[in-house]
Ligand binder design. Structure first.
Ligand code: ATP
Ligand code: MG
Length: 568
């Protein structure tokens, strides 16, 4: 490759934020520092959208030898809890990122933010307003009609300083006063219409306790927190683009012109088909018990995906694959599923399981004989070797692999038909036994001893191969088959009179009792396997000595790979 094509190659793969950073580095901005942050509000568990933001922010810091902070934007004590803080830390670490000693909280800056507010009041650019929240919003106007100025807007600096101090001292009732920026009630940007900076809330805060009864708004805390932490590139999602002029206005009030300040860049948030991503809605599903907690494997939360069997590698691969866009779009959930298949295909051990069992008895197989068949652990990984599977007269096969009245194209087992039992023999169905309701209880077969897999004389071909387990050498398991949580692509776009919960998939969880190989002796929570022909599964953390629980991560059918093949 010559130099220019090399350059093209690398610039082609830059996303727009990387391009900005590289330009900043070239110009020597911020002493050539790259410092990003991931700023969650601890009011819920993280989801796959946050994972995109985490991979982006920590990834940029890694790529450019910089740093990434973890900052909790904890300015609203009514919704925030320590449980959420802990889960967020666990999830970021699990994804493979480390903030080292840079674990910060906006609440640590309450004193500094208060001082900034005093500075702004002293400049005559903030005032204490006695209007209620309802009055403020009624006077805001609309994007095309200017708002009305507050009658308290022209209070003197002294009066404002006095009132603001007394707000802090707890002299006023909740809702009776706010501190507002004095900007422009006719600005076309609604966020610039004298926005609230502080409100009174007599709420216990998970970190500052009862020290404060006034709390900064998110808008007043966010940009200044970036400034305090000397963030260089404040990366956030598009809905904050319209807040940017306000953040810049606040910084104008507290910094010297031309000195360091953080710059905000907005990218499109991740939307996934058949999924919702709002924390408020996810909380509703948890609280109203539509799912079994934040880590229910059907949830798009990081903890849910982990319990479902996703790996950090697969999520990072997914984040990389979707890239960083400037315009909103919806990503096909099939791409997420493709990401975990790609990863597990390489490393998951193959095992046999029968999830809807029916008995198969080989009548001409010797009673009491057990043979040990060589089974490949992972054809993608030669190092993984082979294991021995016990084979005997009584087996389980999948109910679906037998049809009594089969159409001509059905090549698996049918009366008089033959099929290969993987790693073992060809068997032929001789007759079936039914219970009094007509359900098939036992499929009686004969086998051909000459057809044992791997033997030189075993060349005879049949059209289908199926999986099986020796009944006496298998272990009972509860198997949880998950499907999409929603039945429509965009549950957020509900028809009139409906909401997202009306689109919940009633069949998103099916629990069956099946069997697995008896090699499942000392498995650990979250161990992952491919059950041949069935999909990828992992061991649920609720598994104990008495009960093995397996979660289906994904089936083997890869809709995304098909789309990609068509496109190429
Ligand atoms: P909500 O949707 O409940 O208002 P949020 O998801 O924005 O809240 P935050 O805790 O504020 O929750 O998010 C932390 C960071 O993650 C923010 O920088 C936000 O921009 C980013 N983020 C949130 N959702 C997504 C998403 N779907 N895709 C990409 N980034 C996201
Ligand atoms: Mg947010």
């Amino acid at each position: 490759m010559n130099d220019t094509s090399k350059e093209k190659e690398s610039s082609k793969s830059l996303n727009f934020i990387q391009a900005i950073i590289e330009e900043d580095l070239r110009q020597g901005k911020n002493e050539k520092r790259v410092h990003t942050r991931f700023p969650p509000e601890p009011n819920g568990y993280l989801h796959i959208g946050h994972a995109k933001s985490i991979c982006l922010n920590f990834g940029l810091a890694q790529q450019y030898g910089g740093k990434c902070n973890l900052r909790f934007d904890d300015t609203n004590p009514t919704k925030e809890e320590v449980e959420y803080v802990d889960s967020i830390k666990e999830d970021v670490h699990w994804l493979g990122f480390d903030w080292e000693d840079r674990e910060y909280y906006a609440s640590d800056y309450f004193e500094i933010l208060y001082d900034y507010a005093i500075t702004i009041i002293n400049k005559g650019k903030a005032f204490v307003c006695d209007m209620s929240a309802e009055e403020i919003s009624a006077n805001r106007g609309t994007p095309t009609r200017p708002g009305k100025e507050s009658p308290y807007r022209d209070r003197s600096i002294e009066e404002n300083l006095d009132l603001f101090r007394r707000m802090r001292a707890g002299e006023f009732k909740e809702g009776s006063h706010t501190l507002r920026a004095k900007i422009d009630m006719s600005s076309p940007n609604m966020h610039m219409r004298d926005p609230v900076m502080y409100r009174i809330m007599f709420d216990h805060h998970h970190r500052t306790g009862d020290k404060w009864c006034i709390y900064p708004t998110y808008d007043f805390a966010h940009g200044q927190s970036d400034y305090i932490e000397r963030i260089t590139h404040s990366v956030c999602t598009l809905e904050f683009e319209v807040h940017r002029p306000l953040y810049d206005w606040f910084l104008d009030q507290i910094t010297e012109p031309g000195s360091y300040r953080p710059h905000q860049y907005e990218f499109a948030r991740l939307n996934l088909s058949y999924t919702i991503m709002s924390k408020r809605k996810l909380l509703e599903l948890v609280k109203e018990k539509y799912v079994n907690g934040w880590d229910d494997p059907r949830m798009p939360t990081i903890s849910g995906l982990r319990r479902r069997g996703y790996t950090p590698e697969s999520i990072r691969y997914f984040a990389d694959k979707i890239g960083v866009a400037k315009r909103d779009n919806v990503i096909d959930v099939a791409l997420l599923e493709h990401s975990i298949r790609e990863d597990l295909n390489k490393r998951a051990l193959r095992r046999m399981a029968v999830i809807r069992p029916v008995k198969l008895v080989i009548d001409n197989y010797p009673d009491g004989l057990v043979e040990y068949m060589d089974a490949t652990n992972n054809p993608e990984d030669p190092e993984s070797g082979v294991r021995k599977m016990s084979f005997s007269k009584e087996l389980y096969i999948e109910r679906d692999d037998f049809m009594e009245e089969a159409p001509p194209k059905f090549f698996r087992l049918k009366p008089g038909g033959e099929v290969r039992l993987k790693y073992a023999y060809i068997v032929k169905c001789e007759y079936i036994e039914k219970d009094k309701d007509g359900n098939i209880e036992v499929i009686h077969c004969s086998y051909d001893p000459e057809t044992r897999s791997g033997m030189p004389q075993s060349n005879r071909k049949v059209k289908a191969t199926i999986h099986w387990l020796s009944a006496a050498h298998s272990k009972l398991a509860e198997i949880r088959l998950f499907d999409r949580l929603f039945t429509v692509e965009i549950p957020d776009e509900a028809e009139e009179g409906k909401d997202f919960k009306d689109y919940l998939n009633p069949d998103s969880l099916e629990v069956v009792q099946g069997f697995v190989e008896d090699s499942f002796q000392d498995v650990k929570a979250l161990d992952k396997f491919q059950f041949e022909r069935l999909g990828y599964f992992c061991v649920d953390p609720d598994t104990d000595a008495n009960k093995l629980i397996l979660n289906r991560t994904v089936t083997l059918k890869d809709a995304w790979a098909k789309i990609e093949r068509k496109q190429s």
